[in-house]
Design a binder for this molecule. Sequence first.
Ligand code: GTP
Ligand code: MG
Length: 193
Amino acid sequence: MEYHEAEYITSALTPAQWPETGLPEIVFSGRSNAGKSSLINALVNRNNLAYRGKTPGKTRMLNFFRIDERVVFADAPGYGYAKGGSMTAELFGEIMEPYFRNRRNLKAMVIVLDIRRLPNQDDCIMVDYARSAHIAVVAVCTKSDKISRSQQLQQIKKISGTLGISTAQCCVCSSLKKTGLVEVWDQIDRVIQ
Ligand SMILES: Nc1nc2c(ncn2[C@@H]2O[C@H](COP(=O)(O)OP(=O)(O)OP(=O)(O)O)[C@@H](O)[C@H]2O)c(=O)[nH]1
Ligand SMILES: [Mg+2]
């Protein structure tokens, strides 16, 4: 496993709180419990950089981490645990939409998906937002340890089809087993270049 230096920078609710880093930034978004924070931890080989397993739906801020003085990871609030099971207008309108529109150094959105589930409407809305803001999209299908290799291939086809992206934009990984992380880093390196 490669060594990565990683540190928490800050948490933000409003644009004024976004850190000035001068580095390219990648945002990790996805449904609550999809595995965003676990993925960030796994990518930098740290157990507790981004919090894991906090009460779902309680994180309402963007959390920023500086990685190797090279890239910033922004851990976005998870969606899907709000009343009605859909993204709240508050989360989207007040936090994510201004972020996508105004974050100058934002290079890509990693949409984190549980490989066992098909993307829902909120996932598709997030991808459309990134696209309309001209932000590259990388889909990371995590928790691959939960299903067989042949099931993974079937799911990747369905997931990429639902999101309207190519299978080349889809990575399969397991934060638990630490598999597929090199491919995720390859995609990140590609988009921050
Ligand atoms: N088996 C398995 N479990 C995982 C994996 N990644 C995450 N999990 C588990 O899934 C749960 C949710 O993971 P988190 O990383 O906290 O999810 P999150 O997307 O950050 O959730 P929010 O912060 O609520 O938005 C935790 O219980 C993790 O241990 C994985 O690759 N394999
Ligand atoms: Mg989290």
